[in-house]
Design a protein around this ligand. Structure first.
Ligand SMILES: C[S@@+](CC[C@H](N)C(=O)[O-])C[C@H]1O[C@@H](n2cnc3c(N)ncnc32)[C@H](O)[C@@H]1O
Length: 446
């Protein structure tokens, strides 16, 4: 059923409330909120800009907002606070939106959410911000507090990065978070050449720029949602970040190989690996959740990859059907601090809630290691920047499994932090795109 007509601000506000309430990742919540909504392209773009802007700048906005409250110690109603953040983002960061429109339209959005009783309060705070904005200065210097307010990243996370990667790299990570992420794709060479895809996309008004490295990687420009493109529907490419494509390179997939991808959904890496091993090879792609295994099957069918065997399986337990694989990939569930550019709300995760992850990650790695044939490779990867989930898990694996030796990771990237040769942290500020970590191990033959 079509949803009732709403304004861009009302859509952004409601989507933000849903993210606050834990309904799902920002990109999924926003996509869903914009479906069948009757907004034109410009209003959809405005809703997305406010939505992502507020998520990215939440702590900075709150610093301004607190200075405009008559009782700064009293936390506003959650809906009022979220609405004020939306209005404040427009007032402080969107030059093309007049302040009056930012205030009035935000107040209307609160009313259309059925919370008219909050309208006066929201109006008063935003008008106060319009008056005071030139007088409020963000804290300078590089104390934890100052960095946290300026970059809108919780102090705990900045501390974790500083202890793990040093001060310089931390500031570089913080700086990179506000960059607009590029849309990377991987050409499905089973369906077309890069030149054919480029020409076809050009006819649809989309520019494709192929990368030198890795092969078949490219960036799309002026494309909107790629899933709507005819070339996507025909399986000529899949969307995959550059760093994720480099993780696949680290596994050095060869034609005819058998690879076990034990945490595989939604399937991006399995698709790339399947294209590399070709029709003589096979990919066993497991995931814990049936619905997510469905995503792998759907993607493989669209791309015409019938060498992918997608199954439900718990990577801490028996993985049915796999005997001895040439290579095993453990792309484990993680805190996701490497993909904050794409999912800005990840930065606000409570670190305590992540404490059990290294144990799960280690269990997956340890269990999956028994599916590697002698001489075969085991690759551990995460999309996070957290030494406890990365280097600590990889070091423990080598200490406790003397049947494996370190395998050097060399995928043509400059190393930006000091680490053992079998580990590589891809930093979002260096040549890579998202922050990823990989560690390689070879099963001894003797
Ligand atoms: C980082 S994602 C994998 C991304 C995937 N490799 C790709 O490139 O598209 C981690 C996946 O692990 C799955 N997962 C979590 N616990 C698992 C377990 N015990 N066994 C297998 N899969 C698990 C999650 O459902 C999630 O889909």
């Amino acid at each position: 059923m079509p949803k009732p007509h709403q304004t861009a601000r009302a859509v952004a506000l409601q989507a933000l409330i849903q993210v606050e309430q834990g309904f799902g990742y920002s990109n999924i919540v926003l996509d869903h909120s914009l479906e069948d909504i009757g907004l034109n392209r410009r209003d959809k773009a405005l809703a997305a800009a406010i939505f992502y802007g507020v998520l990215e700048k939440r702590l900075t906005l709150d610093y301004y907002i607190v200075r405009c409250l008559s009782s700064p110690g009293r936390k506003p109603d959650p809906m009022a606070l979220e609405a004020i953040r939306c209005g404040a983002y427009q007032i402080l960061y969107m030059d093309r939106v007049p302040d009056s429109a930012a205030v009035n339209e935000t107040v209307q959005a609160v009313k259309s959410a059925g919370r008219a009783q909050l309208a006066g309060f929201v109006n008063g705070v935003l008008r106060g911000l319009v008056r005071k904005k030139g007088q409020i200065e963000l804290p300078g210097g590089d104390s934890l507090k100052a960095l946290s307010v300026r970059f809108s990243v919780p102090e705990d996370l900045i501390k974790l990065w500083t202890e793990g990667y040093g001060r310089r790299a931390t500031v570089q990570i913080l700086d990179s978070l506000s960059e607009k992420p590029e849309l990377f794709i991987r050409v499905n060479r089973a369906r077309c050449t890069a030149e054919e895809l480029e020409a076809s996309l050009k006819e649809s008004g989309v520019k494709m720029c192929s990368l030198q490295h890795p092969q078949y990687a490219a960036v799309l420009e002026n494309c909107g949602a790629p899933q709507g493109l005819e070339q996507f529907k025909k399986g000529m490419f899949h969307v995959q970040d550059l760093s994720a494509q480099l993780v696949c390179r680290a596994l050095d997939p060869r034609p005819g190989e058998t690879i076990c991808d034990c945490c595989a959904a939604p399937g991006g890496k399995a698709f790339t690996l399947a294209q590399e091993v070709g029709t003589e090879g096979r990919i066993y792609a497991f995931d814990l959740h049936e619905k997510r295994v469905g995503l792998i099957k759907e993607g493989a069918a669209r791309l015409g990859l019938d060498n992918i065997y997608a199954r439900v399986g718990d990577a801490t337990d028996v993985l049915e059907g796999v005997i001895q694989a040439d290579k095993v990939l453990c792309d484990v569930p993680c805190s996701g601090f490497g993909v904050i550019k794409r999912k800005p709300e990840i930065r606000y995760k409570n670190l305590e809630s992540l404490q059990d992850l290294p144990k799960l990650q280690y269990n997956i790695l340890q269990n999956a290691s028994r599916y590697v044939r002698p001489g075969g490779l085991l690759l551990y990867s995460t999309c996070t920047l957290n030494p406890a989930e990365n280097s600590a898990v990889a070091k423990r694996f080598l200490q406790e499994n003397n049947g494996f030796e370190p395998m050097t990771i060399d995928i043509g990237l400059r190393r930006v932090i000091e680490e053992p040769e079998n580990m590589l942290t891809m930093m979002p500020f260096a040549e890579a795109s998202d922050g990823f970590f990989v560690a390689g191990f070879r099963k001894k033959t003797g």
